[in-house]
Write a protein that binds this ligand. Sequence first.
Ligand SMILES: [Zn+2]
Ligand SMILES: [Zn+2]
Length: 458
Amino acid sequence: MRERTLFYSLDLAGVGTPDVESMDSYLCRLAHEHCLRPKDLIETLIAAYQCEGISPGQRGRHLNHSKLNGHTRFGQQILNTLEQATGKSLGASALSHLSSLFPGMHFANKCAPHYCPKCVQEESEHSHGRLLWQLNCVQACPRHRVRLRPTDECGAQAQKALPSKHRPWLPGVCPTCGTVGFRCFENDPQTATDDEVWVAEQMGRVVAQSHQPSVPWTEDSLRQGIAALVSARFDGSVVKASLTSGLSRASVCEWLGKRARPNLSSLVQLAYQAEADIVSLLDGRYLLSPTSGAKGKAVQLTNRQYRRSKTNLEEARIALIAACDAYPPPPISEVAKLLGINRRTMRTKLPQECTALAERYAEYRAAELESNYAQAVDFFSKCAQALTDKGVAVTWKTLQGESNLVVYTRGTTLRTRAFREALRRFQEKCPVENDRNFAKNPASHDAVCTVPLSTCQP
Ligand SMILES: [Zn+2]
Ligand SMILES: [Zn+2]
């Protein structure tokens, strides 16, 4: 007889296809089936199997979708316990089997899970979240050719938002307002570009095949694939391959020299540029991809852009001199950004001009602060005057109420300083005369009363 498992098990949806379900989606469906909230289900799992390094007290942090779907240690532990608890093989729902190939950063850590607006509407209640949608480099649904949306955006009015403890956690249901199929959005989803669809199609094939035991993807096979791509498309030049794909000069060289593993988004950028089929690259070969994206435009998936600056030193000098004469003068960082030059390089190459601009900017900022301070004192003085006219004593509390602003007694900000100054001008009595706590603590008394505690005897 089969042993009983902790939970009644569900089947993982879409195994072996690009539509394979993500682990966070499986977990939410399983919790729903057992009338539990997802974090309570995780709590039960942790208590039943005693996961190493995870204490039950941390449960608020446990439903972290990106940690579950990517290849973190936490995700791996939950996957293992979930397999024991359901008796099902769930390896296909997370990306832990790719952990030897790609570093975890920028892999599948979108802040909120994403979904395809058309897929969830077609499937309504029986929807499941796709692992593909959670990859950082994937921004489109390959089937519907529309952009994905994050689940933390809601199309309904703010007053329709449910209180946080009543929010549903089910794939395909808006967690904010509870509308099935995210029908709270009235507008059509955005159409995806050809590049985005290309990336999604390629990654769909990777996700569909990645967990199968027959697939021999290793670091070495990936390196062979990249080497084949570089020799076929870039005459064997690793620098050319990197720069054409919009990566840093040394990226591809480092990957091939075993000094770094490729970040998934960077690898996709390289493959796109060389029209390579990513599954074949992982297999260790270079083959043209069956579909191709829009030609002639580099796809940009990484956050950093490695563009060469076209500004020369003379142009930078002229721009710095012009910036000195401008009003208000911009900070150096802004000029450097406009010119596309590193700020530190500019400081070393043009020290005189940079110092002049820095001085101009400092003068301008000091004057600006001075005028802001004067304005703030003026504002608080007017409020204090209004209080006096009403016959109300001007104290820290009444002045805060009148100005409708919060002022912290210990603060050293411009607001606090201006507030203290206005108080000093109007205050006749100690503002805290009835508060005994201040008598015990001279520092907090001195922060609100301009007369020192020793001489201030209310
Ligand atoms: Zn779709
Ligand atoms: Zn909604």
